[in-house]
Design a protein around this ligand. Structure first.
Ligand code: IPE
Ligand code: MG
Length: 230
């Protein structure tokens, strides 16, 4: 969800005003995903590297996160959204950690949309914590065992990864899980990423051919064999 700071700067507002607007954009995006039947949405709210930002911005983001949790959870609950917080909780304040656990518990029976909020998250952190977990258990490392030890093991790999704000890099997001994801880059700053922008991303995704290492001819053959057995 990139571009909050620039959105604010363009309006001569403090950066945290952009982050506030970013929460509004996320609320709209979640509703749009629910309406479109998306089953899993994973958002990158705060990275392991975001601690390096000015202290004022980091504390602004922490306060906003706590406020958003208390305000948004009732609405999410009503929409059938199940929340998961993904990331290292070790350096977070007790109130933020408690808020996370409470929201996860309050929404744990919901099934319409899984919303994973990556907070104090990094793709490298997840790979390392998964490997460390396996080593501590004495389990051998395989693609399967590592996948199931990852913080996002409760959902499948993402079909589509959207990056807003005009940057074309992955910035330590879903490094393991995005091996075969389709990527979509939008120039829209996150607060401006509306339903129409989401639909453009989905339409672009629908035009891709996902081969997972195979050839187009093989995929066509698969369709044929499916059709003949249907
Ligand atoms: C949001 O956008 C990302 C968060 C850390 C919440 P940015 O804060 O990176 O916005 P820009 O890139 O400075 O515009
Ligand atoms: Mg940015």
């Amino acid at each position: 969800m990139d571009g909050n700071g620039r959105w604010a700067s363009k309006r001569f507002l403090p950066r945290v005003a952009g982050h506030k607007q970013g929460v509004d954009a996320l609320r709209l995006c979640v509703s749009a995903c629910v309406q479109r039947g998306v089953k899993v949405l994973t958002v990158f709210a705060f990275s392991s590297e975001n601690w390096n930002r000015p202290t004022e911005e980091v504390s602004g983001l922490m306060s906003l996160f706590a406020l958003a949790l208390s305000r948004e959870v009732p609405k999410l609950k009503a929409q059938g959204v199940r929340l998961h917080f993904i990331g290292d909780r070790a350096n977070l304040s007790q109130s933020v950690v408690d808020g996370m656990s409470k929201s996860e518990l309050e929404t744990c029976t919901n099934e319409t949309l899984v919303l994973n909020v990556c907070f104090n998250y990094g793709g490298r952190w997840d790979i390392v914590q998964a490997a460390a977990k396996l080593m501590a258990q004495g389990t051998s490392v395989t693609e399967q065992s590592l996948s199931s030890a990852m913080a996002l093991s409760h959902v499948g790999d993402p079909d589509l990864v959207i990056r807003t704000g005009g940057e074309q890099r992955i910035s330590n997001f879903l490094l393991w899980q995005s091996a075969y994801s389709e990527f979509y880059f939008s120039d829209k700053l996150w607060p401006d990423f509306d339903e129409a922008a989401l639909d453009l991303a989905i339409v672009s995704y629908l035009q891709r051919e996902r081969r997972f290492g195979k050839t187009t001819a093989q995929l066509a053959g698969q369709h044929d064999s499916k059709a003949s057995t249907a």
